[in-house]
Ligand binder design. Sequence first.
Ligand code: ZN
Length: 313
Amino acid sequence: MVNNKALSPIKQQIIDGDIDWSFTKEWLNSNDQDVPCSAKLSKRQGNRIKKCNFIYPTIDIQQRNYPRLYPLGSIPCIECTSARDDNTHVGLCKEHSIHIKNILMRAAHDLHEFIIENTKEGNFTLKDTIMNLPLFNTSFVDVLPQSHPGYLLIHHLVPSDLVKIFNIYINDKKLRFSLFLKFFSTLMSSIDTIIWTRRASLVKHWEHTLSITKNKKRFYRKRHKKRAPPSPDPGAPVHNSPPRRHYNPQHLTTTPYYRDGGFNDNLAHIRWTTSNYLHSGHWTTYRDNMGFNNIDLFLTLQNSFLKNVFDII
Ligand SMILES: [Zn+2]
């Protein structure tokens, strides 16, 4: 997993054991809907998986997938305009800093109240234990440090710090998981609203100024396949020529779904993502364990997740 380039922003945290994988898995699989399967649930779970894998369709990924719709070159973050808009930047943006401080302070307070409400014994050390956790340290200046456990939280990964509190104060394992999910879903909902959704609406507004619409993305491949430039080899059939793409080579190393020359046909990516992806001993096996080791979950997510990965949103 530590060799996965997409996860390089959290490589050190993975090595240091700052992420609790069993609680992260619980969170990724959790269902807060009334029904066991629904399009809404699939989309929600798919979004969590994309965020924690650093493959959420930030502008760099959209630009890679729709090179004829987006401006060429490195596109800066819509909020701070001083860094490239990619998954790594979400949470590290200076415009997110104050929001993250507020979220963490509120979370520390709510966690204290939540544990008190759900435990019988007096917890005299609880407040100090919570406030001494690096997760709730809000003394950082300017921007959230990448090594801060709050960065994991922004990306839907459960910090070991948070699990410590539940392990110490909730003895029953089953109850611990259910209480954790109750607390965590409220916390993540505020992170999604304040960080991800707010950011997405700003991006959408910017796209609107460039006349980049959902419909243009939906029909992009069909439209641009027809307009594909002639093959450099006059003898080669036109339909085999790779789409013209303006990639910045730096982008290639940050996304796990890139294929040199693009996809030759619309089904290639499906074969690629559903064959060795799940069964090989390569790093993807470990990465898949985060969300795809539950085959039922995978089947539920398969349609929406694969579609979303390729940005039909
Ligand atoms: Zn920014």
